[in-house]
Design a protein around this ligand. Sequence first.
Ligand SMILES: *Cc1c(COP(=O)(O)O)cnc(C)c1O
Length: 453
Amino acid sequence: MQELLLGTAKRALRYLGSINDRPVRPDAGAVTRLSRFDLPLQEGPVDPETVIAELDEYGSPATMAIASGRFFGFVIGGSLPSSLAANWLATAWDQNTGLSTVTPSTSELERISLRWLLDLLHLPSTAAGAFVTGATVANFTALAAARRSVLLKHDWDPDADGLFGAPSVTVIAGEEAHPTVLKSLGMLGLGKKRIVRIPVDGQGRMRADALPTIQGPTIVIAQAGNVNTGAVDPLKAVCRWAHDGGAWVHVDGAFGLWGSVAPSRAYLLEGVGDADSWATDAHKWLNVPYDSGLAFVRDGEALRGAMAITAEYLPKMTELRDPSDYTPELSRRARGVDVWAALRSLGTKGLSEMIERTCRHARRFAEALTAGGFEVLNEVVLNQVLVSFGTPEQTLKTISLLQQDGTCWVGGTVWQGRTAMRISVSSWATTDEDVEKSLRAMISIGTSVAGKR
Ligand SMILES: *Cc1c(COP(=O)(O)O)cnc(C)c1O
């Protein structure tokens, strides 16, 4: 065991130690060599050290260097050293974190992390929370509580009796709601297609002047952090209007919710604490390992009522918080440990500095690309930058050449009809030097594609 784990740690260190000296994209030859894994499963055992050696030899070179400081695809951070190390230790602990009496250490770490998070994110201190796999499941979890709450008010228990024959629930969301929100609504029987969509402005924000009249059981879904622009819905106005109409407000804040820990960005999240539930990710801007998302619900009983189970063999022996009372999963890893370690190592100052820094990097990208003659399509309010390199073909060509070049990795999108390169700065590891190096590659490739030189 000793040699195996120390040897694996050495391999991980070698991997991370060279991550900034290799192309960010996976090596094409290494991707071809993944076929070396594709063997019929042999009959006898293979010694664990050989198993790890194979993983490292064939798996490591074919990875995307998401852990480097120059991966700007999607909205996904890296893993802070503290949270990576905590993740290893927690894996060795092997705590199935469902019941506090059985796994006191990890249950307590989750309870404490939850308290810290509610305070950091300016959410009600009495809200309940769930440690889930990501924002998709966090949206699902919070919306299950919303569904229960709005229907119980109309004397219908959807968790017991289902939705056949239930009063109709209206769901209202912005045109720019994330597809995982729609998926959650589908999984909850609320339907993806029967949503009332609110028009958005040029940044993707719900238009406060276009909010419809609310009637009957209603769930309103707002967004904090548009995946393209980073824009945040006008939360204060949305909450006031929704609550005047008796609706439940859910906020999908997969990454944007973290804006409230950065003093210069907090204005965007004004009124966030007025909502009824929130979904966010820890594996995006908090920079903990996947998979790690969080759901928070103001009315803890609505969440518990939707999620808690009882069974003779699952002892409820204390008044302590049992993590599985709040999550769709019963058995699961102790993902709150990584969250606790990240928060403990950063402190409030370190966390707000990390969010401020990544936002600052995004603004630097926008300024330098504008100066380089390219068009930035969004107001860079958080960590997202959309850039056009000319025609759609020129932009797509620039993205593709940049990906091949390997200095950095960025994706593409279409924003309100315009093809754009999408830069998301979410990693703790990104330095000023990473930004400048990436900018040189972007400007040089973009300029030659545009035939400007
Ligand atoms: C990333 C994202 C999601 C989905 O999160 P996962 O962690 O991938 O499940 C949902 N909503 C928004 C706004 C996002 O940015």
